[in-house]
Design a protein around this ligand. Structure first.
Ligand SMILES: O=C1O[C@H]([C@@H](O)CO)C(O)=C1O
Length: 548
């Protein structure tokens, strides 16, 4: 079946947390419209860019794009941005049921609010290995009051101005900023809107449940910066899926979700029916300065306005990495439902992620290359053999086994580049992402790494510097979980395996919006000879014009 949408994308004033600001939205809706499809459907989205001043693209996060790598929606990797006034049609198949989402993938458009849910359900003749009575979507994110243009300028300024910790946390696009914290001068519109029950912006998101019934929550994080910890007050959750793949079910009272990840969890409304409860998110992984994001679990027939009288649920302390790692290690593939990985790899790539400095600018780099876009999309450069686009060729290997990951880079040693790691079609590739100290002594940050066009098996995590002769022996080759985004913990490494069976050019990057914007990413490509003819509408920028 074809699932068709027609979207017009524009700027819009919006106040998701009661404070008005500029956002980007499709069809004047925030979050942008949800897409519902059945496994095997073809999704057709006709997008008109109504923004007068900038191009846009849409990335369909977690969708393989087999045979349509040019519709992956990564600006300057898989296509030219859609110019102001242009109409562009995405057309791709969704081949695996699960909880997904989409978002803008040009500049920091995701942080401007350009995202929505993409829910793929099973066809009638297939059944989930679990049962439930109803379901709810929960798109989670962190929120700033500055526009992405001010944020972007700050990131590119000398001295550096970081985006800082978010002002609010949102659940399904709703949150509530503590307006009393705003300076007097900005407390009138367009600043803080009146926070009262009659203002639709200031009401929390509501999750209605019938007592006794079991619900599936489709949780997705599109956060710009924060690791979020999700809690259902008083309710136990059973984790059943991660990034659209079945896991061995296990119970939790809270869960960490990194930007770019999704979880499907089940819970039963089995608490005191006279009350409503909080669904909550807190920041973990960074010293939090942001109040808890809250939604209401409404036990019907209680009114949604019956707010819990309890205080906001509390998450494990932000820097308790052992708890995060413990949760990460509980995620194992459900046997019989997910394929195990191939037993051996053809190639191992070790990638070192560092914070760095280039001409006074704070940057992030992968193997000392800080990623910058080239005006010619990588997929076009590969397909049409346009030289000089993806440099350096070949991109560098891991700098040195003797690199000191426990100290700031010394001397800062990154350069700008537009690398592409090219693999043979069907190569089995192991990737080790090595974390290190930032420019600040004794600081190493969490990074959620996302690969386009693929899922990968998460083979293991380790502390300190990866040891190629010792560590592979510890890899889980029996039941590692499949996913598209995985966190690397402070001063540690993460290893995953994937099969390069999807001809195309696929970004591999930190899903923290500012970090990717500051260069923390690279591109993998495979099966270059098999890349299909590129639709004209994806071209028309950089040297592709000359080529055409
Ligand atoms: O990219 C970042 O920059 C700051 C800090 O490292 C320098 O101000 C921070 O916390 C980041 O995640």
């Amino acid at each position: 079946t074809m699932v068709r949408h027609n979207w017009t994308v524009d700027y819009m004033f919006s106040a998701p947390d009661c404070v008005e600001k500029l956002i980007i939205a499709a069809n004047g809706q925030y979050p942008s419209p949800p897409i519902f499809a059945v496994e095997g459907d073809t999704i057709v989205i006709e997008v008109t860019n109504h923004i007068p001043t900038e191009g846009i693209v849409f990335h369909w996060h977690g969708i393989y794009q087999k045979g349509t790598p040019y519709y992956d929606g990564a600006a300057y990797v898989s296509q030219c941005p859609i110019n102001p006034g242009e109409t562009f049609t995405y057309k791709f198949k969704v081949d695996r049921a699960g909880t997904y989402f989409y978002h803008g993938h040009f500049g920091m458009q995701r942080s401007a609010g350009l995202y929505g849910s993409l829910i793929v359900t099973l066809p009638d003749h297939k059944k989930e290995p679990f049962s439930y009575d109803g379901e709810h979507r929960l798109l989670l994110n962190d929120w700033w009051h500055k526009s992405i243009y001010e944020q972007e300028l700050g990131l590119n300024s000398v001295p550096f101005r970081f985006v800082g910790e978010p002002q609010s946390l949102l659940i399904e696009g709703r949150g509530k900023y503590n307006c009393s914290l705003l300076p007097e001068s900005t407390a009138s519109p367009p600043g803080c809107l009146t926070c009262n029950a009659s203002s639709p912006w200031c009401a929390p998101h509501v999750i209605p449940v019938t007592p006794g019934e079991t619900y599936r929550l489709r949780i997705a994080s599109v956060a710009s910066l924060s690791t979020l910890n999700f809690i259902l007050e008083n309710h136990k959750m059973t984790v059943v899926m991660a990034d659209g793949h079945y896991v061995k079910p296990f119970d939790v009272y809270n869960l960490d979700i990194y930007s770019g990840q999704t979880y499907d969890v089940l819970f039963t409304a089995n608490q005191d029916t006279s009350k409503n409860y909080w669904a909550a998110i807190n920041v973990r992984g960074r010293n939090p300065l942001t109040p808890t994001g809250l939604a209401v679990i409404q036990y019907l027939p209680n009114p949604a306005t019956l707010l819990p009288t309890t205080s906001a649920p509390v998450s494990p302390v932000w820097n308790d990495t052992a708890t995060s790692l413990n949760f990460a290690k509980k995620l194992l593939a459900k046997p019989g439902y997910e394929p195990p990985p191939p037993k051996k790899c053809d190639r191992t790539l070790v990638l070192l992620g560092t914070q760095n400095e280039i001409n006074g600018n704070v940057k992030w780099a992968v193997n000392n290359i800080s990623y910058v876009h080239n005006a010619t999309p990588t997929i076009a450069a590969l397909k049409y053999k346009i030289k000089g686009v993806n440099n350096p060729v070949p991109p560098p290997d891991f700098p040195a086994e003797s690199y000191n990951i426990f100290a700031p880079p010394s001397p800062p040693s990154a350069t700008y580049g537009t690398p592409v790691y090219v693999f043979e079609k069907d190569d089995i590739v192991d990737v080790i992402v090595q974390n290190a100290n930032t420019m600040t002594p004794n600081v190493s940050e969490i990074h959620p790494w996302h690969l386009h066009g693929h899922d990968f098996w998460v083979l293991g995590y380790g502390d300190g510097l990866y040891n190629a002769s010792r560590d592979p022996a510890s890899f889980n080759l029996v039941d590692p979980p499949l996913r598209n985004t995985v966190a690397v913990f402070p001063y540690g490494w993460v290893a995953f395996r994937y099969v390069a069976d999807n001809p195309g050019a696929w970004p591999f990057h930190c899903h923290v919006e500012s970090h990717f914007h500051m260069g923390m990413g690279t591109v993998f490509a495979e099966g270059v000879r098999h890349i299909p003819k590129l639709p004209l509408q994806t071209l028309g920028c950089g040297l592709t014009k000359k080529h055409l």
